[in-house]
Design a protein around this ligand. Structure first.
Ligand code: NDP
Length: 599
C-alpha cells in the first residue's frame, strides 16, 4: 500500500490515537526485575569467576565501572599523573555495555570516528563508518591496555556498599568478593542503561522453553557467536522475540537468517532510517591532522544540536534531522518571523513531518506484504523514541520464515509453558528472547546495584529522592570526593554518549590532580552552588524531546506525568551541549573551581 499523504491535522490526530492506545496507568511498573526464573540474567555468562583472596587496601582513585565513562576518566587521570587508580567492575572485563551486549548484529549507529573515544591516543583506525560490537569491545580493552588500567583492576567484582568515613576522609568500598577498599576519591561510571528489565507479562515465569535477555545472549543455545557466525542450533527452532527497539532492530536479521521460524512481537514499531555503512580507507585516515577527533566530535555536536559549521564531517541521520530543523528556522527568520518557542516548534514539526513521511515511504518501498508494511510504520515524532538506522531489518520481513506479530500497541497478552498469547492467538515457541531494554526511571541505587552513603549517613537515594541534585552533573553536596560520570545535568549529549565522558573526564582529572597536589583532604560542591546549578538547569522548560505528547517509552517516563524528579533526572545545560563544553572549559581553566570547597 502506498502512503497517502496526510494533512498536518490528520497526522497529529493519528499520532494522538497511536499514543493513547499505548498509554498504561502502570507506567514504569509494567516492567519486572529479573528475579526467580530469570535471576540468572543478573549473572555474567561470559567469564568464569576465578577464586581470589579478598583485597584490603587503599587506592587514591577507585573507578566504579569499566565502561567508556570509567576508562576515559582513568585515561585522563593517568595523563594528569594520577597513577594509583583501580577500576572495579562486576563484569569479567572492561567495556561496559559493550561487554554485556554481545547479541548478533550488535553495532553502534553513532559513527565510529566520534563514538570510539581516544582514537588518536590509542592509535586506532576504525574499520568502518559504523562498527560492530566486537570491535567496540576490543577498543575498550585497548584503552585499558594503553593507559595501564588493567593493572590494579578488580573485575568480576560487584560493589555492595560505598560509604564515606568522616574520621579519615576516605570512602570505604565493600564488594561481593569480601574486599574492603579505602579510596580517597571515587568516580562512579555505572551507566544509564545497565540493568536488564523484563516485561511484566502475566505468566512470563511459566515459560518452559529456553529464554534469555539480549544483554545475556546464550550462544551455547543458539550456536554462532558475536562476530556473526550463523546460529546453526536454531535451524529447527521456533524463536520469538519480544521488543522492537534499537536492540531488536539489530538482531532480527541475523535471527531471521538462522531460525526455522522467527516471530517478532511488536508493540510499537521503531523508525528505521537509512544507515549506508561503508569501510574506512586507512590511507585517508592516515592523512587526518593531529587533533582531528576533537574537531569531528565538536562538528557533530554543533550540527546535531542545531548549530552551523562549514561542513558536515559525519553526515548521518543524526545531523540530517537537526540541520533540516535549523534550515527551516533560518527560512522563517529570513521571511521576517521572530525567534520564539512557537517558531522553533513550527520548524521542528515541519522537518519531522518530512522525515517521518520519508521513513514510512521507505517501509512501503522495502516490505512487500502491504499489511506487514502498514504495521511497521511508526506514527510518532522521530525523537519520541531512539531513532534507528538499519539496512537489513525491514528487509527481513520479506522472508517466509519471519512473522511480524503486531499487537496493535497492546503488547503480548500472556505467556504460558508452550509459548506466547496475543489476544486469543497462541504461538508455540522453543525459545523466547527478551529485547525489552533496561531500567531507566528507577532509583540510582537500584540501577547501580548498591547504595552510596555520604556525610551524616545520607544516602544518594535519599539525597536524590526528588531527582538528581548536582553541580555540573558531577558533584553532589554531602558526598565529598565523589564524582558522577554521567550525562545528566551536564552536556546531556545523547547522540554521542562518549563525548560527554571525554570532556568531563578532563575536568574531573584536573580537579583530582589539583586536590592531590595541594594536599587537600576533600573537595565538595557547596550546597549553594549545587542548588543554584539545579535551579539554572530547571529554567530549561523546552520539551520537544521526551514530550508527554509522544508515544510512551523510556524517553518520556512511559507517558506518565513528568514531575520535578523526572525532569531533574533528564535535564541538561539549558543552552545545549556545546555551550556546556565551553562553560566547563572556562570554569576549569580559570583554576578557581567556583562552587567547589577544598579543605
Ligand atoms: P528499548 O527499551 O528501547 O526497547 C524495548 C522494547 O520492548 C520496545 O520495543 C518495547 O515496546 C518492547 N516491549 C516492552 N514491553 C513489551 C510487551 N509487554 N510486549 C511487547 N513488547 C514490549 O530497549 P533496547 O534494548 O532496544 O534499547 C535500549 C537502548 O540501548 C536504546 O534506546 C539505545 O539508546 C541503546 N542502543 C543503542 C544502539 C546503538 O546503535 N548505539 C543499539 C542498541 C541499543 P514499546 O516501544 O511499545 O515500549
Amino acid at each position: 500500500m502506498t502512503q497517502i499523504p496526510l494533512t498536518t491535522d490528520e497526522r497529529r490526530e493519528k499520532y494522538r490515537q497511536e499514543r493513547d492506545k499505548r498509554i498504561r496507568p502502570d507506567g514504569n511498573d509494567q516492567y519486572q526485575e529479573p528475579f526467580g526464573r530469570f535471576s540468572n540474567l543478573l549473572l555474567d555468562p561470559y567469564t568464569t569467576v576465578e577464586e581470589r583472596k579478598p583485597v584490603s587496601d587503599e587506592v587514591t582513585v577507585a573507578i566504579i565501572g569499566g565502561g567508556f565513562a570509567g576508562l576515559v576518566t582513568g585515561a585522563r587521570l593517568k595523563q594528569q599523573g594520577v597513577n594509583d587508580i583501580r577500576i572495579i567492575d562486576k563484569a569479567g572485563d572492561v567495556g561496559g555495555v559493550w561487554y554485556w551486549n554481545r547479541y548478533p548484529g550488535a553495532m553502534c549507529d553513532t559513527a565510529a570516528m566520534i563514538y570510539l573515544p581516544l582514537l588518536e591516543e590509542t592509535g586506532t583506525v576504525p574499520s568502518a563508518k559504523y562498527v560492530r560490537a566486537p570491535e567496540i569491545y576490543a577498543h575498550a580493552q585497548k584503552i585499558a591496555t594503553t593507559f595501564g588500567l588493567y593493572e590494579n583492576a578488580l573485575l568480576s567484582t560487584g560493589i555492595t556498599r560505598v560509604e564515606w568515613d568522616e574520621d579519615d576522609s576516605r570512602w570505604m568500598i565493600t564488594t561481593d568478593r569480601g574486599d574492603k577498599i579505602r579510596a580517597q576519591f571515587v568516580a562512579m561510571g555505572t551507566g544509564p542503561l545497565h540493568r536488564p528489565k523484563l516485561p511484566g507479562i502475566p505468566g512470563i515465569d511459566s515459560f518452559a522453553g529456553h529464554a534469555f535477555h539480549t544483554s545475556r545472549w546464550d550462544y551455547e543455545y543458539t550456536g554462532g557467536d558475536a562476530t556473526g557466525a550463523a546460529m546453526t542450533h536454531l535451524d529447527n527452532k521456533r524463536v520469538g522475540i519480544i521488543g522492537t527497539g534499537a536492540t531488536a532492530v539489530q538482531c532480527v536479521s541475523p535471527l531471521a537468517a538462522s531460525a526455522h521460524d522467527l516471530f517478532v512481537f511488536q508493540r510499537t514499531p521503531s523508525s528505521i532510517d537509512v544507515r549506508n555503512n561503508h569501510a574506512i580507507d586507512p590511507k585517508w585516515f592516515a592523512g587526518l591532522d593531529s587533533g582531528w577527533q576533537k574537531k569531528w566530535m565538536m562538528n557533530f555536536a554543533i550540527l546535531q544540536t542545531g548549530g552551523f559549521a562549514d561542513e558536515d564531517l559525519v553526515k548521518d541521520g543524526w545531523t540530517d534531522i537537526s540541520q533540516r530543523i535549523r534550515d527551516r528556522l533560518v527560512d522563517l527568520l529570513t521571511a521576517g518571523s521572530e525567534f520564539t518557542p512557537e517558531s522553533f516548534l513550527q520548524a521542528y514539526e515541519a522537518s519531522d513531518d518530512e522525515k517521518m513521511d520519508e521513513i514510512r515511504v521507505r517501509v512501503d518501498k522495502i516490505v512487500r506484504n502491504p499489511k506487514t508494511a502498514e504495521a511497521l510504520k511508526p506514527w510518532y515524532r522521530q525523537l519520541c523514541k531512539r531513532p534507528c538506522f538499519h539496512d537489513e531489518y525491514l528487509q527481513a520481513f520479506n522472508k517466509p520464515n519471519v512473522h511480524l506479530v503486531d499487537t496493535n500497541g497492546k503488547g503480548v497478552t500472556r505467556v504460558d509453558a508452550l509459548g506466547v498469547w496475543v489476544e486469543d492467538e497462541h504461538f508455540d515457541l522453543d525459545c523466547l528472547i527478551f529485547a525489552s531494554g533496561f531500567e531507566v526511571g528507577t532509583d540510582y541505587a537500584r540501577r547501580s546495584g548498591f547504595e552510596t552513603t555520604g556525610r551524616n549517613g545520607l544516602t544518594l537515594s535519599e539525597h536524590w529522592h526528588e531527582g538528581m541534585r548536582t553541580l555540573h552533573g558531577i558533584h553532589s553536596h554531602g558526598f565529598p570526593n565523589l564524582f558522577i560520570l554521567g550525562i545528566t545535568q551536564g552536556a546531556n549529549l545523547i547522540s554521542n554518549i562518549p563525548q560527554n565522558f571525554v570532556e568531563s573526564g578532563t575536568t574531573i582529572a584536573q580537579i583530582i590532580a589539583s586536590a592531590i597536589e595541594n594536599n587537600y583532604k576533600t573537595v565538595e560542591a557547596s550546597a549553594a552552588a549545587q542548588d543554584a546549578w539545579v535551579a539554572r538547569l530547571e529554567t530549561n522548560t523546552g520539551s520537544v524531546f521526551g514530550d508527554s505528547n509522544c508515544t510512551p517509552g523510556y524517553y518520556n517516563n512511559e507517558g506518565q506525568p513528568i514531575g520535578v524528579r523526572e525532569r531533574r533526572n533528564s535535564i541538561g545545560y539549558p543552552e545545549g551541549p556545546i555551550a556546556y563544553f565551553e562553560y566547563i572549559d572556562q570554569w576549569r581553566e580559570s583554576g578557581e573551581y567556583a562552587g567547589l570547597e577544598f579543605i
